[in-house]
Design a protein around this ligand. Structure first.
Ligand SMILES: C[S@@+](CC[C@H](N)C(=O)[O-])C[C@H]1O[C@@H](n2cnc3c(N)ncnc32)[C@H](O)[C@@H]1O
Length: 166
């Protein structure tokens, strides 16, 4: 959804699921009130254990699910996914993995909608503070936050045994 050019050679889009779903959505959908969503990642991956070596990327965008609660037929949940019961641990590991695969001074862009979980609760799951951010969306609930991986922190601090992942 957020890409300007999904086919850009510098983009690797990862997601846990690969599916095409048709949901009821009368706001933006087709005449028949449905909307087709295509979740077709370049690489199937779990953000809790990224299949890349330390320091691989200069830029990482982390856009995890933000919904804890959703109805069984929610098109928002179909579109954005849903947090699991261990969401704090999942996101903690996700942040640690994003920083691990970033090169020193690499940039992490993080997107979070705080309709259900405050952004402060999520920022508590990583030791690195964002440098700046921006609020968007018609209710101004979507945060775009920008972090830089400190060049002084060894990658081992972000790995499975580092403080970031505990
Ligand atoms: C907000 S959406 C991302 C939308 C995407 N940035 C785009 O522009 O199309 C969140 C996605 O995270 C995926 N997801 C949930 N848990 C995951 C995990 N552990 N690893 C990788 N992806 C996960 C969901 O399947 C969902 O598609």
């Amino acid at each position: 959804m957020m890409w300007h050019d999904r086919q850009h050679p510098d983009v690797v889009f990862g997601d846990l699921r690969h599916e095409v779903v048709t949901v009821t959505d009368r706001s933006h959908g087709k005449q028949d009130g449905t909307r087709t969503l295509r979740i077709e990642p370049d690489v199937a991956m779990d953000f809790r254990a990224l299949p890349y070596k330390d320091g691989t990327f200069n830029l990482v965008a982390f856009d995890p699910p933000h919904l804890l609660r959703a109805g069984p037929r929610s098109w928002l949940a179909a579109k954005y996914g849903q947090l699991g019961p261990d969401w704090r641990e999942d996101l903690r590991r996700g942040f640690a993995e994003c920083f691990r695969v970033l090169a020193p001074n690499g940039v992490l862009v993080f997107k979070w909608n705080e309709a259900q979980v405050k952004v402060s609760e999520v920022l508590a799951l990583t030791e690195i503070d964002p440098l700046f951010g921006h609020l968007s969306g018609h209710k101004s609930l979507t945060h775009w936050l920008v972090f830089m991986k400190p060049a002084s922190r060894p990658d081992s601090q972000f790995g499975p045994n580092g403080p970031e992942s505990r």
